[in-house]
Design a protein around this ligand. Sequence first.
Ligand SMILES: CC(C)(C)CCc1c(C(=O)O)[nH]c(=O)[nH]c1=O
Length: 311
Amino acid sequence: IDLTTTLNKLHFKTPLMNAAGVHCATTTELDDLLDSQAGGLVTKSATLQPRTGNPDPRYANLPFGSINSMGLPNQGLDYYLNYANATALTHPDFPILLSLAGQSLAENLQMLERIQASAFSGLTELNLSCPNVPGKPQIGYDFDQMKTILTAVFQTFNQPLGIKLPPYFDLAQFDLVADILNQFPLAFINTINSVGNGLFINLETETTVIKPKGGFGGIGGSYVKPVALANVRAFRQRLNPAIQIIGTGGVVSGGDLFELILCGADVVQIGTTLAQEGTPAFGRILTELERIMAQKGYATLADFRGNLKTL
Ligand SMILES: CC(C)(C)CCc1c(C(=O)O)[nH]c(=O)[nH]c1=O
């Protein structure tokens, strides 16, 4: 069984890695990923300066997933850029993705210029779930802003770039977003980010379970797998084949991983499952995938990638 895959020029020994924001904020957490069966790693979405983020409790595990309103706590871009460049010396072939979440177009352009000026040779993922203009929808849901930002970004940045997208729920929106994205030389898209602004209640105390935003937070885990499958499938069907896809959302088992690849994912990320189970989740899920592939007679991921059949 050959579990290798590629993302742009990066070679992944296994198709599974962490999702930005989970187990990737400090060098200790990042080294833990290096030593796991993950095929690569992505750093916590960075801003130019460090941020403490929202007050606790800002994350909660739920019966079928998780809810979070972390508020972008991170050590600042230079911390992650330094980690990536140091790790490239000790683990030259381990794929590293830098995630960015600037709070303005200017901040994102500044961070991209800093990456471009550095020796970084990994992939950059621009998180479009950020609000760009306060009071306006997040970039991922404001298509004029999305077009403006991607135009400016590709005028500035000449290294491989991908974007992290929020989930969409309307077929016309898949068409609209894909038409925009196909106009840019994107290396990949990563879909989905958490399903935004869900709410979970503690029935006994009649309270929310996280403190920020009145308890509203991004939903992850099994709750969102059907949404992740649909977004990977919809964009695979609509995007230029040169734009690869990272599939994220609701992966708990090898079967879930298989399904996202069947929808067209080149690489798959885990967030909630990693938060709940730790890095042993990578080996467990990959072993389960190998068993399914062996039962079905598939030797490589390309044998079934994107081959979902309709009835
Ligand atoms: C939601 C933002 C704070 C604007 C971006 C960072 C982020 C967070 C976060 O740091 O709260 N949580 C998520 O589930 N997805 C994200 O993209």
